[in-house]
Design a protein around this ligand. Structure first.
Ligand code: ARG
Length: 650
């Protein structure tokens, strides 16, 4: 049962007599921050007082008189200006807890209105190695899938692979001009990845050379306009000026840093004589790569053959990472799947009067956006957006979903805003479209996480390192002292992947976060390791006490709550449903990590305060063992919804 939802619904009945829309007021019922103020607090009397022009305490009193929660709560208390404090009855708590003893679902009911969700996540552009930027979409999407499924919804997870874009033009070009046959035969993926990097570097080099003069001009102009701005002597005017200057200087710093990066790149390339020679021979590589991509899309036999030859290698490569991460998808159509449908999409948009020709391109002009959405370029090429529209049509026909969620980084927010606007205009009005946007993974220097040499950090290397560091944790831990090498390796694997996933999920998705192995593997603090450790500690209690937990669960012996630490833990155990519904409310897995962290904390206090195997009486020991068991099962279930496993010893 979701206690919070129950309280809110009971209060809503009363609030509905006072006001038209009780929902925002009911939402002001929240868990208390401090047990002094009860278990939950209703703070709705204050805003209600304002709206109705009555003293809040009087309103609070009249709510208290009418609301029917006496089966759950003690007499309600009014405090301060009109806070209503609610304290759950211990008998009720204990009753609820006793139902959890044998409940595999830990009190979580499946939704009685199951919805169909399509979740688009991970979706890397294949043909280049997966990097740190892919971790967020992959683990957030996976956690949302697992949680929604557990809550009884129908979920279709779709890895919308970028398997049709310019990166294939690049490797096709690379393969035609630079391939090393022996290397390709031996390790095709490594060779393709080398080719991709070489072509990318050549293109970046030329682009940097092209951009630098223009960039330097902008810097010059920016400097001049800063120098122009002289103080006038009028305080008010100068204050404004100061603000404007700050903005201009920030912009200048940004341009200068761009210039520095491009210069660095050009210098590095120019110092490499072999590279320069290649560059000289492939001066038109940018256009040539576009041509290869266009030929692929136009069905050129040779390029299609190469694409078909490369794609399985690329897929195998990313599959290895998904296997390590224990992440799977229901479907993985990828962009290429929609290619044949794109012309029809553009036709349909034109027929509907949504799209029209502009300067040779076909565009959808949208209210509230500066630039239109281009769906077909002048040269006839379709775009990322066109594919996304075809994908929406396909998903809608195939699964008729209530919602489509896109777990993609925040830089694509404009794309999705436009996409959703066009989709609605195109007729998909009943689907909830959501861009589940997220921030950047940063290095210790607070800049996007890069290797020392400035390259992107590969996901595979990240996993290796996390496992290596996790091995040290296992090696040093008392609970794992007598595990043999093989078991330790396994445990390190579980803990390493878990740390990585949890570190990502525990941050509010919209913020950036700083990547740190030490933090994520810490046995203290909000980490997977800490939660897993709580779980392992409980298993070790069972092992030490030779406890047959299955028998105990089915024993009619009731759970008792005598000590505050027991009650505090029990309360949190009953709040699992609240944690899960907070996750799906606005698609934030960190609501679940917060819940689990708090659970592990309360368990830790309980464990210090309330001897389990050395309890005073046998019924007390049994009750505490059962509390341990429900805690362990909740930790395990909660972590599994985040795609994280537990181990008995670590
Ligand atoms: N492949 C894209 C990229 O790497 C992300 C795709 C996200 N999904 C979508 N339907 N657009 O940027």
């Amino acid at each position: 049962m979701n206690v919070l939802a129950e309280l809110r619904s009971r209060f809503s009945l009363v609030l509905a007599d006072l006001i038209d829309d009780p929902a925002p007021l009911a939402a002001m019922i929240l868990p208390s921050q401090d047990p002094k103020f009860g278990d939950y607090q209703a703070n709705c009397a204050m805003p209600l007082g304002k709206q109705l022009g009555q003293p809040p305490r009087e309103i609070a009193q009249s709510i208290v008189n009418q609301v029917n929660v006496s089966d759950l709560c003690h007499d309600l208390q009014i405090a301060g200006p009109g806070f209503i404090n609610l304290r759950l009855r211990d008998e009720w708590l204990v009753n609820q807890l006793n139902t959890l003893k044998t409940d595999e679902r830990l009190g979580i009911q499946e939704s009685n209105q199951p919805l169909t969700y399509v979740i688009d996540y991970s979706s890397p552009n294949v043909a280049k190695p997966m990097h740190v930027g892919h971790i967020r979409s992959t683990v957030i999407g996976d956690a949302l899938c697992r949680t929604l499924k557990f809550l009884g919804h129908r979920v279709i997870s779709d890895n919308h692979l970028g398997d049709w874009g310019t990166q294939f033009g690049m490797i096709i070009y690379g393969y035609k001009h630079f391939r090393d046959d022996a290397a390709y035969d031996r390790l095709p993926i490594e060779e393709l990845s080398r080719l991709y990097k070489l072509v990318r570097r050549l293109i970046d080099f030329f682009e940097a050379q092209d951009r630098l003069p223009e960039l330097r001009q902008s810097i010059g102009r920016q400097r001049a306009s800063i120098e122009e701005k002289q103080p006038s002597g009028d305080a008010k005017v100068d204050k404004k000026l100061k603000k404007a200057l700050r903005g201009l200087r920030e912009k200048l710093a940004d341009l200068e840093s761009q210039e520095k990066n491009l210069c660095g790149l050009v210098d590095q390339c120019e110092a490499d004589t072999a590279f320069c020679e290649t560059a000289r021979q492939h001066a038109d590589i940018g256009t040539a790569v576009q041509l290869e991509t266009a030929k692929l899309h136009a069905g050129d036999a040779e390029n299609i053959r190469l694409w078909e030859q490369f794609l399985p290698h690329c897929r195998t490569d990313i599959q290895r990472i998904y296997d390590r991460l224990d992440i799977g998808f229901d479907v993985e159509y990828g962009e290429s799947f929609y290619h044949d449908r794109l012309a029809d999409v553009v036709d349909s948009l034109e027929k509907n009067g949504l799209a029209r020709e502009s300067d040779g391109a076909i565009c959808v002009f949208l209210d509230g956006f500066e630039a239109p959405m281009i769906v077909r370029k002048r040269d006839g090429a379709f775009l990322y957006a066109t594919t996304d529209l075809a994908t929406i049509a396909y998903r809608s026909e195939t699964w008729n979903p209530a919602a489509m969620l896109y777990v993609v980084d925040h830089r694509q927010s404009e794309h999705f805003d436009k996409l959703f606007a066009v989709a609605r205009g195109w007729g998909y009005r009943n689907i909830e479209f959501q861009h589940i946007s997220f921030g950047t993974v940063l290095g210790e220097d607070n800049k996007p996480y890069k290797t020392r040499s400035g390259d992107t950090v590969g996901l595979e290397g990240l996993l290796d390192e996390a496992e290596r560091k996790a091995f040290e944790v296992v090696r040093d831990n008392e609970l794992a002292i007598d595990l043999d090498e093989k078991r330790r390796r396994h445990v390190a694997q579980v803990i390493g992947v878990a740390a990585l996933k949890y570190a990502d999920l525990s941050h509010n998705r919209t913020s950036d976060y700083v990547f740190s192995y030490d933090k994520m593997l810490s046995l203290r603090g909000n980490t997977a390791t800490y939660c897993q450790y709580a779980y392992a500690r409980i298993q070790s209690i069972f092992a030490r006490g030779n406890v047959d937990i299955e028998t105990l669960r089915n024993d009619p012996i009731p759970i008792m709550i005598d000590r505050p630490a027991e009650r505090f833990l029990a309360l949190q155990l009953l709040r699992f449903a609240e944690g899960l519904s907070a996750v799906v409310d606005d698609y934030r897995p960190n609501q679940l990590t917060n819940y689990l962290f708090e659970l592990a904390n309360r368990f830790s206090t309980f464990f210090e305060d309330c001897p389990v195997l050395k309890a005073d009486t046998q019924p007390q020991q049994q009750s505490r063992l059962l509390l341990c068991d429900i805690t362990a099962r909740t930790l395990k279930q909660g972590l599994s919804l985040l795609g994280i496993q537990v181990v008995d010893r670590m």
